[in-house]
Design a protein around this ligand. Structure first.
Ligand code: ATP
Ligand code: RIB
Length: 317
């Protein structure tokens, strides 16, 4: 498939990131931090931009407020070539905002004010699905849960495979998501869904099997940060290591991983080649500050793979 047609349903946030947040304060305490800045983000729009930069024809469904943050987010999507005509401007709500507190290992804790993302509904999704044909739907959980279920049902009625990035971390019933194409949580999300911390290969396999039994997807793919990803297809599990990079900020790494993986699969890669490509895309993303600004283009990922090819698989897991 030359240019896969992808529908991304989900959140758009302005990210306010603060560097040097090396501990978490209690109520009434303050921690002195380093630099701060604003960057366009949100799990949905990060995925949409990552998918477009990997060569897909992407349409975004979501909601923005009528404010300057909303304008910036829409502009960034347009710059990446994402179709924005099904994005609803919600006059009653503010654009979503995420406060991203980064530590010096590049990891973060965040507080998200959902704003307009909290009003995304099935009618918004239907408008796009009824007007066009899509090869895959990509979504996450940063929107009302009922809309996650309805989006899945609407896509299933049309035989469109659905990739669910199960972030942010929350415990949700999986019955209405039975038959997903790919279910992909990160470490915290895996623990929230299963109650199992995937901190060893054995416990990661146990968690992947649990998720497979509950949601019956074709694949469970756990994102394990610097340890790589665990692939489970209902029969065998395999830990696929990622590349060794200097991690600066993991924001959007998971979104980039999922979108790049989905696009490579649409383009006909084998699952393992697609994961390797997604690791390269996400590795570049973690080596840079910010969400969308850190997402690489397909050509850059290909050049990285060419250069790093020899070292792939040598990372300790
Ligand atoms: P986000 O929610 O901010 O988008 P996430 O927490 O879902 O990110 P992770 O599980 O941390 O994402 O990582 C996703 C992918 O990013 C990994 O599978 C891997 O390919 C890459 N990655 C993350 N951390 C590192 C690291 N320290 N070194 C190399 N690659 C990394
Ligand atoms: O996955 C990263 C994203 O999660 C950030 O851009 C932030 O907006 C939060 O929603």
């Amino acid at each position: 498939m030359e240019k896969p047609k992808i529908l991304v349903v989900g959140s758009m946030n302005m990210d306010l990131f603060v560097e040097g947040a090396n501990s978490i304060p209690g109520f009434g305490e303050s921690i002195m931090c380093g630099n701060y800045g604003y960057a366009t983000g949100g799990k949905g729009s990060n995925q949409a931009i990552a998918a477009a930069l990997q060569g897909a024809d992407v349409t975004m469904v979501g909601r923005l407020g009528e404010d300057t943050n909303g304008e910036s987010l829409k502009n960034e999507l347009k710059k990446a070539g994402v179709h924005t005509e099904y994005i609803v401007t919600d006059k009653e709500k503010q654009t979503g905002l995420a406060l991203m507190l980064l530590n010096s290992d590049g990891r973060y804790v965040s507080y998200v004010a959902l704003g307009a993302n909290g009003s995304i509904c099935a009618e918004d999704v239907k408008a796009a699905l009824e007007a066009e044909k899509f090869d895959m739907v990509i979504m996450q959980l940063e929107m009302p849960l009922e809309n996650v279920y309805r989006t899945y049902e609407l896509a299933k009625e049309r035989d469109i495979p659905v990739f669910l990035d199960a972030g942010p971390a929350m415990s949700i019933p999986l019955e209405r998501l039975q038959g997903l194409y790919i279910l992909s949580p990160n470490e915290a999300e895996t623990e929230a869904l299963t109650g199992i911390s995937p901190d060893t290969e054995e416990s990661a396999v146990e968690a992947a099997k649990w998720l497979y039994d509950q949601a019956r997807p074709q694949y469970v793919i756990l994102k394990l940060g610097s340890r790589g990803a665990l692939l489970y297809d209902g029969k065998a599990a395999e830990l696929i290591p990622c590349f060794k990079v200097k991690a600066v900020d993991s924001t959007a790494a998971g979104d980039t991983f999922g979108a790049a993986l989905a696009i490579r699969l649409c383009k006909g890669d084998s699952m393992k080649d697609a994961i390797r490509f997604a690791h390269a895309a996400a590795g570049i993303c973690v080596s840079r500050m910010g969400a969308q600004v850190s997402i690489p283009k397909e050509t850059e990922v290909a050049a990285f793979l060419e250069k790093e090819g020899g070292s792939h698989g040598k990372e300790t897991v």
